[in-house]
Design a protein around this ligand. Sequence first.
Ligand SMILES: *[C@@H]1O[C@H](CO)[C@@H](O)[C@H](O)[C@H]1NC(C)=O
Length: 185
Amino acid sequence: MARRCFALFTIFVFAIVPHIQGIATNDQRAQISVRSSPFETALATLQKQIGYNFQKTGLLRRSMTHASFSEENNRALSILGANVIETSASLRLLEKDLEISAKELNRRVSELSKVESSCAADGLRLGLHKVVRVSPKTNSTTPLVVCGAFRAIFGAIAIDVGKSDDAGSYFWGVHGGQVGGALAM
Ligand SMILES: *[C@@H]1O[C@H](CO)[C@@H](O)[C@H](O)[C@H]1NC(C)=O
């Protein structure tokens, strides 16, 4: 009797376990596909390039989302980002030379935040045109789209850290040696 019970139990186990395993594997597969979607992979790479790991990755996701793609987009973050960059640049220039003229300060700050020559160039160097989500009709390589995404990164960092100064430091890290003489400091 006991032996028969055992045999039945064994059959039961062999019949049921593969199903359980099948379910578990499907679950894992679902998790893996969420984790490694091309967009998520690009965001992970981007964080390495910037040298900053977001606590709230939703902020980075939003900064890589153009207004043509969804209501939840990077427009407001890019305004904060532009201000972060300009403030940080003004601070550095004045720290270096308190006697700098207002005209010169303005010239150098606006040089740095120019869409075409500086901002979009930095964004293209990071490959943002390949990351930013846009509507099918929108060209993600245009300077305004790339620049908006680039600025939004630093707005997003400022929100994530709760400090605009820190976001400014990450900007200089990315902007690095690519100052084109305008802001060699
Ligand atoms: C997208 O924009 C870039 C930069 O302005 C331009 O060089 C490229 O030709 C555009 N692509 C299309 C398909 O319009």
